[in-house]
Design a protein around this ligand. Structure first.
Ligand SMILES: Cc1ncc(COP(=O)(O)O)c(C=O)c1O
Length: 407
């Protein structure tokens, strides 16, 4: 056995233990796509999906992807430098217009879009200011930038969503330029960034703001273009990054900004230049979802909001703690690993998937079930899931079994 086997064995101790006890909750195998699927032959409604508008399995989306397979196959066998198609460029043009930016660039994943953007823009003249609950793509982009010899930016964290803390970081920074990195909606907590105040602080300190709106795209703003639209901040966020892996039904990253900034990243980002081009069937699927958003975005977003408001009202009336959530992402706080795993297993037994989020993904004592309400859930799906949550919440002591706690 080499040291890597020894290391792997040691580090897998927790996974092994969970498997032996039959409570390992991850990598469950879906037998079909969609919010309504099966696991080991059993019907399941997925409440941890990011298919926020329920469009991923729409017949028109699949049809567009099928047609693109006939014309372009599933891959282009190279990176965008030598494998760009008319479909990529046309979608970039349309996305820029829809989001309200000069230019868009498609990456193969949202993760790569953020990593590439940070590494392209950060150098020794730059302080990177990050929210301390940042997504892995922001952290990894930052750590990669910090590790590039001769370019190392200063890296500073500010307290989650604290404008005061951000102000302090920007005021005391050591480098001339500053790049502030935040998310539109924080994916584990479901809370929105205090973007209006953050925009003001950035302006006061001549800092450039980058927003990762992976979870706000398709869910916030009247047309669904995200938090910038929701808060009427058009033109005030220099760089927006988003993804096709949630509302847009597939996989892929989107970078939006001025023509020059986007073209700079396009010629600089190694995660763009040295990774294969987004397959055209995926481009076609996203493009079909964009057609739907252009035609019906406001009605679809309103539908999602109505369902989310209904679920939130019921969950709170039952006495569940939803943490800081103010969106359709509603973590059901169980605050204990065993309770979280038991809730997950009991719900799954009754056909409801709510993935447990435990340490180290969240701090000890902040364990929760990931609950995302989507437009693709029917009222019956939601009612059934909430009834089960209430039943097991009481059974496992997550909520009291007497009177509800109103918030
Ligand atoms: C906030 C945030 N940013 C970026 C990403 C990465 O997106 P993708 O799945 O396209 O790589 C995710 C997905 O988990 C996310 O939650």
């Amino acid at each position: 056995m080499s040291w890597i086997d020894v290391k792997a064995h040691e580090e897998l101790a927790r996974v092994r233990e969970a498997r032996e006890m039959g409570v390992y909750p991850y990598f469950r195998e879906f037998e079909t796509g969609g919010l309504h699927t099966t696991i080991a032959g059993k019907p399941i409604v997925n409440f941890s999906s990011n298919d926020y508008l329920g469009l991923t399995n729409h017949a028109k989306v699949k049809e567009a992807a099928h047609e693109a397979v006939d014309r372009f196959a599933c891959g282009l066998s190279s990176s965008r430098v030598q494998a760009t198609t008319v479909a990529h460029v046309e979608l970039e043009r349309r996305l820029a217009k829809w989001f309200g930016y000069e230019k868009a660039l498609l990456f193969t994943t949202g993760y790569q879009a953020m990593v590439g953007t940070i590494v392209s823009l950060a150098d020794k003249d730059v302080t990177l200011a990050l929210d301390n609950l940042s997504h892995a793509c922001i952290l990894d982009g930052t750590f990669l930038a910090a590790g590039v010899p001769t370019r190392q930016p200063e890296v500073r964290f500010f307290n989650h969503n604290s404008v005061k803390s951000l102000d302090r970081v920007l005021r005391t920074r050591e480098r001339k330029n500053a790049l502030v990195l935040v998310e539109g909606i924080y994916s584990l907590d479901g809370d929105t960034a205090k973007l209006a105040e953050i925009v003001e602080v950035c302006a006061a300190h001549e800092a450039v703001l980058v927003v990762d709106d992976a979870h706000g795209t398709g869910t916030l703003g009247a047309r669904g273009t995200g938090l910038v639209e929701e808060l009427d901040l058009g033109g005030k966020v220099a760089v927006l990054v988003s993804t096709f892996s949630k509302t847009f039904g597939g996989i892929g990253g989107i970078l939006l900004g001025t023509t020059e900034v986007v073209e700079h990243v396009q010629h600089q980002a190694r995660s763009f230049l040295f990774s294969a081009s987004l397959p055209v069937p995926i481009v076609a699927a996203a493009s079909t979802i964009l057609d739907m958003l252009e035609a019906d975005g406001p009605a679809m977003v309103a539908d999602l909001r109505e369902k989310a408001a209904y679920a939130r009202g019921r969950l709170i009336a039952m006495g569940f703690d939803l943490g800081h959530s103010n969106t359709h992402i509603m973590p059901v706080m169980c605050k204990d690993e065993t309770k979280t795993l038991l809730m997950h297993l009991a719900l799954l037994e009754f056909g409801v998937l709510m993935v447990p989020i435990t340490y180290p993904a969240v701090k000890k004592g902040e364990e929760r079930l990931r609950v995302n309400i989507t437009r693709g859930h029917s009222r019956e799906d939601i009612d059934r899931a909430l009834d089960l949550l209430e039943k097991f919440g009481k059974q496992f002591g997550v909520i009291g079994d007497t009177h509800p706690v109103q918030k």
